[in-house]
Write a protein that binds this ligand. Structure first.
Ligand code: MD6
Ligand code: FE
Length: 226
């Protein structure tokens, strides 16, 4: 029960404790936005859906074409999943581990991704792929561009859950200086348009304990890949 249910409302006293706050929007570039806390009202739907997906397609450590094992654990859901092995990076309809199609994208995932894209100025975003990254303390993602998708006109929507991370947001060249953006549980980053191919990465995750997710950060990126 909420404080205000038991008597006359006291405006301004308790309302900021339990009412979802409007999302604060930060601009990282002309067409890239951080939507602070955007996913917090969705968390109770997102976490059980995430568990269902991971029961079918558990995190695994993939090997890059260069022969390095990634420190981040990966999974996917939706029509297409992102994979890497010695022969290259690609999207695939089949999970190479189970040899089955990837689990379907949960409705709550799709709705969140579409709402976030809309809030960031990209209408008509319909994701067909959701890549799920798991960071344990020390895991990192080197600077890269997302360029395995067929059509760069769609944005990417990225949801952070669990432990905080420092996100690196660079420019169009790997050597461009990057900004460091702290990303917290419930934050959503959306980018597209002129910013779609900017370099980005994640610094090694600091140790910690998150009240809902424990000693990890989980990042979901939604894409129109096919
Ligand atoms: C991460 N994210 O935040 C890694 N890519 O764990 C990404 O690589 C990424 O957050 C494209 C767009 C948004 C992202
Ligand atoms: Fe990326």
């Amino acid at each position: 029960m909420r404080c205000s249910d038991s008597g006359p409302a006291t405006p301004g006293l308790f309302d900021d404790l339990d009412v979802p706050q409007p999302t604060r929007v930060e601009n990282l570039g002309p067409q890239s936005r951080v939507l602070r806390g955007f996913a917090l009202p969705w968390i109770e739907r997102l976490l059980p859906a995430l568990e269902t997906v991971l029961a079918e397609a558990p995190f695994r450590h993939m090997v890059t074409p260069g022969g390095f094992t990634m420190s981040v654990g990966l999974s996917s859901c939706g029509q297409l999943g992102w994979t890497t092995d010695r022969s290259g990076y690609r999207y695939s309809r089949i999970d190479p581990q189970s040899r089955q199609p990837w689990p379907p994208m949960p409705e709550a995932f799709r709705q969140l991704a579409e709402a976030a894209a809309q809030a960031a100025g990209f209408s008509a975003f319909t994701p067909d792929a959701c890549l799920i990254n798991c960071y344990r303390p020390g895991a990192k993602m080197s600077l890269h561009q997302d360029k395995n998708e067929r059509d760069y006109s769609a944005p990417i929507v990225s949801l952070s859950l669990g432990l905080p991370a420092l996100f690196l947001f660079g420019g169009q060249q790997r050597s461009d200086k990057s900004q460091r953006v702290p990303l917290l549980h419930g934050d959503v980053v959306v980018w597209g348009g002129v910013d779609r191919l900017r370099y980005h990465g994640v610094l090694p995750l600091k140790d910690g304990e998150h009240s809902l997710l424990g000693q990890q950060r989980i990042n979901l990126t939604f894409r129109q890949a096919g």
